[in-house]
Design a protein around this ligand. Structure first.
Ligand SMILES: [Zn+2]
Length: 267
């Protein structure tokens, strides 16, 4: 599922069906049927795998690729400098590039990090209604150090049920940024002493807001699970983050990356 905001921040979703891409926004209110055909193909090597590891990888790729290593989730554990990076060249291209530390609001205030080029996609993945980059750093590891610091005061998680129920109040992200940068000034200064004054730069970016195509939020969030029930049918009530909201329950499409799924749209 592809997502992109228009000029007003309204998120447009498309689904790859057959050879083309179908707009999903236009399908809100219509029946949708998803059927897992029983196969999973590794998103990296294409090999058939009985189980999906690390969102769509086969087990050998999961154990071999740097992008599946623990240090991607916890960048402060980056071990490149110990000479043990699984794929040093991939690391140089993906981890030793400018990263941003951001604040977002998907189910309340959260802190996160991402490569500079991944915004606003990252926010749309999370179903965030607001996002604001606050710092730019030179590498993924440095972003991890900053995140570890800010996590003392702000969650790095999204409560996906609250996000899907749509019970999210808007926040003043500028005020939150100023408060956090003030609170953690000593810690950030200590990191600058280690990594250089230029390594961790404050950004004065503009906050972005996003609206998702949802006509009815669920009161109770029940999830479909293709592993247990390969056929999912329902009327599409909305789309938020990586979730389709059907009147029969929600489904996290990201979780089924690599699954061979047949989608049937009405009409
Ligand atoms: Zn593979």
């Amino acid at each position: 599922m592809a997502a992109a905001p228009d000029a007003q921040g309204r998120v447009e979703y498309g689904l790859r069906v057959g050879g083309g891409e179908a707009s999903l926004n236009e399908r809100i209110g219509t029946p949708l049927r998803l059927e897992w055909q029983g196969a999973i193909h590794c998103v990296h090597c294409g090999r058939h795998t009985r189980k999906s590891y690390g969102q769509g990888h086969c087990y050998p790729c999961f154990k071999r690729l740097a992008r599946c290593d623990m240090c991607i989730v916890k960048p402060e554990l980056c071990h490149y400098f110990q000479g043990t990076c699984r794929e040093p060249e991939w690391g140089e291209a993906h981890c030793f590039t400018p990263h941003q530390v951001y604040l977002a609001n998907a189910s309340g205030l959260k802190v996160g990090i991402t490569r500079k080029t991944q915004l606003p996609t990252r926010w749309l993945d999370q179903g965030a209604i607001q996002g604001l980059p606050i710092l730019e750093v030179a590498s993924r590891q440095q972003a991890g150090f900053v995140e570890v610091l800010l996590k003392e005061a702000v969650s790095d998680r999204t409560n996906w049920r609250a996000m899907l129920r749509g019970e999210v109040d808007t926040l003043d992200l500028y005020a939150e940024r100023d408060r956090l940068l003030e609170q953690f000034r000593p810690g950030l200064d200590a990191l600058r002493e280690i990594h250089g004054d230029d390594a961790i730069r404050r950004l004065d970016a503009k906050a972005q807001t996003f609206g998702y195509p949802v006509r009815a939020f669920p009161h109770k969030v029940a999830s479909h699970n293709l592993d247990k029930a390969p056929l999912v049918e329902g009327v599409l009530e909305g789309i938020k983050g990586q979730y389709l909201l059907l009147d029969t329950g929600v489904i996290n499409l990201r979780k089924y990356t690599g699954y061979q799924v047949r989608a049937t749209l009405a009409g």
